[in-house]
Design a protein around this ligand. Structure first.
Ligand SMILES: [Zn+2]
Length: 370
């Protein structure tokens, strides 16, 4: 039985002066495998990842491990408390309007100098020292004058400092109403088949402020910079955003299954010894990020979403009905929306009332089997 350690880290203060804290759980391994960092609930309504961390802890306690695993539920203590009536908001900082998952720091600027200094270093030194540099530079930002960092950036930097210690980073999210899907950097495509997730989005080396990108972009850039100097080194960190399903929902049985998929991936990465976890046989489909298409409401109205999430739709099939009762006598009140090309429906808007231009659905297009 592994010991689980808890530390509460302070990530800010609220208006009455009290500290904002986040629980950090750690389990130790024998030190031979890749370090793992898993967080959940950066977006307030996306709560299922907390249940997955619970189920992971229940399993990991009993499993011999090669590496240290850090698990952080409730990663954003402001987000999950941001309620309006019975709903949780928590996707955007209510003061600045900025997405909570777009405030991580881009450490690209460190790469060139580091490569110059390590042209001949063994890979193990490169790995250890670049991890240390990323952690140190993130800590330096936190050590700067308190007036130089806004609320969301301070939360993000505290999490990023923990994530930069790890070789494997999983950020657990959900869609609004959503099928499970995985954001996977293009170079890690072969790892996607170990998660029990049927839909994978393959993303390029572009930094847009999210934790997965903040975790893998520096290492992808490092590998590219070495290549430009004539030396091939692998990309030494893998990071994923795992979209577990729908927001505002805890499903403990589903969380146990979600945890099994993560444990199967961690088994593939040799984090677990004598592991019983294997990927489930299933058809897995992938789509390049550029082919992940938003479908905006062409008119305002009341929506019945008819496309089943995860369903493979043919061009011309109906995906939703829009009801416009103020036009009942003046025109046809019921409009059928169709999809123009073959697609997989991945997620849809959470509300039945929409403005013209609301993002109704997101679809995989030009998808292929993994
Ligand atoms: Zn999210």
């Amino acid at each position: 039985m592994n010991q689980v350690y808890q530390e509460n880290i302070q990530v800010g203060e609220v208006a009455n002066g009290l500290p904002l804290t986040i629980p950090v759980y750690r389990i130790k391994g024998n030190g031979t495998g890749p370090k793992v960092y898993i967080q959940a609930n950066m977006h307030g309504a996306e709560v299922q990842g907390n249940a997955v961390i619970y189920q992971l802890l229940e399993q990991l306690k009993q499993q011999p491990l090669t590496a240290d695993i850090t698990l952080v539920p409730y990663a954003n203590p402001i987000g999950c408390n941001q309620k309006s009536g019975e709903f949780t908001l928590g996707r955007f900082d209510p003061i600045t309007g900025v997405n909570w998952n777009r405030m991580y720091h881009n450490h690209d600027a460190l790469i060139e100098h580091f490569v110059e200094q390590h042209l001949e270093s063994p890979i193990s030194d490169i790995k250890q020292q670049f991890h240390a540099l990323l952690v140190e530079k993130t800590q330096n930002l936190l050590n700067g004058p308190a007036h130089s960092i806004n609320t969301g950036k301070r939360i993000a930097l505290n999490l990023q400092r923990l994530a930069h210690n790890a070789d494997i980073v999983l950020d657990l999210h959900t869609g609004p109403i959503s099928a499970q899907h995985l954001y996977c950097p293009e170079y890690a495509q072969s790892s996607a088949s170990y998660f029990d997730i049927p839909h994978t989005l393959l993303i390029p080396n572009e930094f847009d402020g999210a934790l997965d990108e903040a975790s893998f972009c520096p290492w992808w850039g490092l590998s590219d910079a070495f290549k430009a100097r004539g030396r091939e080194i692998p990309i030494l960190v893998e990071a994923f955003t795992v979209e577990l399903g729908s927001q505002e929902k805890i499903d403990l049985a589903q969380a146990a299954e979600d945890a099994q998929g993560i444990l199967s991936y961690l088994t593939h990465k040799e984090v677990l010894l004598n592991s019983p976890y294997k990927p489930k046989p299933m058809k897995r489909f992938a789509c390049m990020l550029k082919d992940y298409k938003a479908y905006y409401a062409p008119m305002g109205g009341m929506v019945e979403y008819s496309a089943e999430l995860g369903a493979h739709l043919k061009a011309g099939e109906p995906i939703a009905y829009i009801l416009r009762m103020e036009r009942y006598l003046a025109e046809e009140p019921l409009h059928t929306l169709t999809i123009e090309q073959d697609a997989i429906a991945i997620l849809h808007f959470a509300s039945a009332s929409v403005n013209q231009g609301t993002e109704l659905y997101k679809f995989f297009t030009h998808y292929f089997e993994l």
